[in-house]
Write a protein that binds this ligand. Structure first.
Ligand SMILES: Cc1cc2nc3c(=O)[nH]c(=O)nc-3n(C[C@H](O)[C@H](O)[C@H](O)COP(=O)(O)OP(=O)(O)OC[C@H]3O[C@@H](n4cnc5c(N)ncnc54)[C@H](O)[C@@H]3O)c2cc1C
Length: 388
């Protein structure tokens, strides 16, 4: 006997799963979310909180544009705070090569009708007090912003529960029962949960979940790291990218910055990313002091690691499987926090209508039809040993 049943069971209480669940609950569907840990315990609660339209992945622009629009009223819709600040996203160049890329990105942004303009070093110093004198110029995306990651995940979770949705935390999905081309129930450590539709939004484990129904979804996990300083003055509300880093100043004044390198890794059904790598965090701290010499004395008070889900072309995968035909795959390829409101809307549209008016034509699983199980090795994305 199933312990529970719902119209939709969502695997994964990260930002993609919770956003999908909330949009569906708001549309009147009975929704259950299952997570092996606590909501936002993985990448969704550990990320840089950056929200922006960007042009480095042009096929993602329709999702990003929809998301930045939805973010502006999300806290009101959810009825819980997200600390979303939409004062723009500034990308600064400190080398001639980076400056060349900014010109190209500006042209691409304008081609897509985005609000993006080049700014000079004096304007940059007005925007970000204490920034290095070495900047040659910057590209400012007016619709960019940032939000508080764990608060936003929690806001979705509370809003879902406000609508009657149910959350199973510390509950691992171990199997999927398929009958006549449909998943009929999700097997978990708390018992089976019967479902009409299943959404697999398990972050780096999305591929492992799809394996359970015999479908290959190429997703490679990578560890990435990030730090927080003590609060610093003067404050700036703009999200900042430069010197190989991305980040922002939290509402509380802490600088939250992360940036390469990616370390390819492995995940299993229960792994958590564990501790950060001290040399890498030192490197991020050094680059932050170079970027913001005015804040170079701020102590690093916290650092942490997270695991991102990376598809071979660095773009999300959002698709309804052919077989079983009631299973939706959702994985964000490390863009997941910023685009999350659009992800939820798209998944909800796919469940309700089988289609969406947001252009996701570049995000289908069929683009990887030729990718066999050895694609990572061929790509050179070889996993390092797990570190706890
Ligand atoms: C350090 C860092 C910085 C980042 N910065 C940014 C940024 O600034 N902006 C941005 O847009 N993105 C950023 N990202 C990427 C972003 O965090 C992810 O793309 C996004 O959080 C993915 O969300 P998700 O819900 O798809 O996956 P996850 O957050 O990984 O959630 C998946 C959930 O599935 C659960 N799960 C897995 N397996 C099972 C199972 N068997 N049973 C039950 N539950 C299971 C996990 O416990 C997890 O909670 C960053 C990521 C990291 C790590």
């Amino acid at each position: 006997m199933p312990v529970d049943s719902a119209d939709v069971v969502v695997i994964g209480g990260g930002i993609s799963g919770l956003s999908s669940a909330w949009f569906l609950a708001r549309a009147g569907r009975e929704v259950v979310v299952v997570d092996k840990g606590m909501v936002g315990g993985e990448a969704s609660g550990r990320n840089g909180g950056m929200v922006s339209e960007r042009v480095d992945e042009p096929l993602l622009i329709p999702m990003a544009v929809e998301a930045t629009e939805l973010w502006t009223t999300l806290h009101e819709e959810l009825g819980h705070p997200t600390e979303f600040v939409q004062e723009g996203r500034l990308q600064v160049a400190v080398t001639e090569e980076e400056m060349g890329s900014l010109f190209a990105e500006r042209d691409e942004a304008l081609r897509h009708g985005l609000l993006a303009e080049l700014v000079d070093p004096a304007e940059i110093r007005d925007m970000i007090p204490g920034i290095t004198e070495r900047t040659l110029g910057g590209l400012f995306f007016a619709n960019g912003g940032h939000a508080n990651t764990q608060l936003t995940v929690q806001a979705y979770a509370w809003a879902l529960q406000d609508l009657g949705g149910r959350l199973y935390q510390n509950t691992t999905v171990t199997g999927l029962r398929v009958v006549d081309d449909k998943v009929t129930s999700v097997e978990t450590t708390a018992g089976d949960i019967a479902a009409d539709v299943v959404v697999g939004a398990a972050g780096p484990q999305t591929g492992l979940m799809a394996d359970l129904v015999g479908v290959h979804v190429p997703v490679a996990p990578a560890r990435v790291e990030i730090l927080a300083t003590a609060p610093v003055e003067p404050r700036f509300p703009i999200a900042l990218v430069g010197n190989g880093l991305y980040g922002h100043q939290a509402v509380s004044g802490n600088l939250i910055f992360g940036g390469g390198a990616h370390e390819w890794t492995e995940v299993d059904l229960i792994t958590s990313p564990g501790k950060p790598n001290t040399p890498l965090i030192r490197n991020i701290a050094r680059r932050l002091a170079e970027l913001l010499p005015g804040a170079a004395d701020a102590p690093v008070i916290r650092s942490w690691a997270g695991v991102v889900e990376q598809a071979p072309d660095y773009r999300p995968i959002i698709d309804i499987l052919d077989h079983p035909s009631n299973y939706i795959v959702v994985t964000a390829s490390a863009h997941g926090f910023g685009i999350s409101p659009a992800t939820g809307k798209v998944v909800s549209d796919l469940v309700l209508y089988g289609e969406t008016n947001i252009d996701i034509s570049g995000l289908g699983l069929n683009r990887f039809a030729d990718y066999g199980p050895d694609w990572r090795e061929k790509r050179g994305w070889t996993p390092a040993p797990l570190r706890y």
